[in-house]
Design a protein around this ligand. Structure first.
Ligand SMILES: [Zn+2]
Length: 135
């Protein structure tokens, strides 16, 4: 089995609903998503998937949907106000935790036909969440 991992960096803001810590307030992160793909056999170029293809497909999606946006739960009372002000938001059905952002990126990668096996989202220098095929 071969694996490749591509790191994609992006900035996002969020806050957590029904959470009794400082993450209930609006704040931002310099996030790092590590996308790991796997294959039993390499392609004719000797690759699992070209690193630049991972950046083009997943990085492109992140740039247009998550980067420099406020990620908010669909029930967040601030959502309507921020949208009315023209602020860029990304609406999630679940709390925008690192775990759920990792799962979101995993599903996007899988939906694009990439052989993703893990997405690791580093929310800070010290903390990351992992979504894999068993999640
Ligand atoms: Zn946070």
């Amino acid at each position: 089995m071969f694996q490749v991992t591509r790191e994609l960096r992006f900035c996002y803001g969020h806050r957590l609903l029904n959470y009794n810590g400082k993450c209930r307030f609006l704040h931002g992160h310099n996030g790092r998503a590590l996308i790991t793909l796997a294959a039993s056999n390499l392609d004719e170029l000797g690759m699992v998937v070209d690193f630049s293809e991972i950046k083009r497909v997943i990085g492109g999606w992140i740039d247009s949907h998550l980067d420099h946006r406020m990620l908010l739960h669909k029930d967040d009372p601030l959502l309507a106000y921020l949208q009315a002000q023209g602020e860029p938001v990304f609406v999630m059905d679940v709390n925008p935790t690192a775990e759920n952002i990792a799962r979101l990126i995993y599903k996007i990668a899988a939906g694009q036909g990439l052989p993703v096996v893990e997405v690791r989202l580093w929310e800070t220098e010290d903390a990351c969440a992992v979504c894999d095929s068993g999640s």
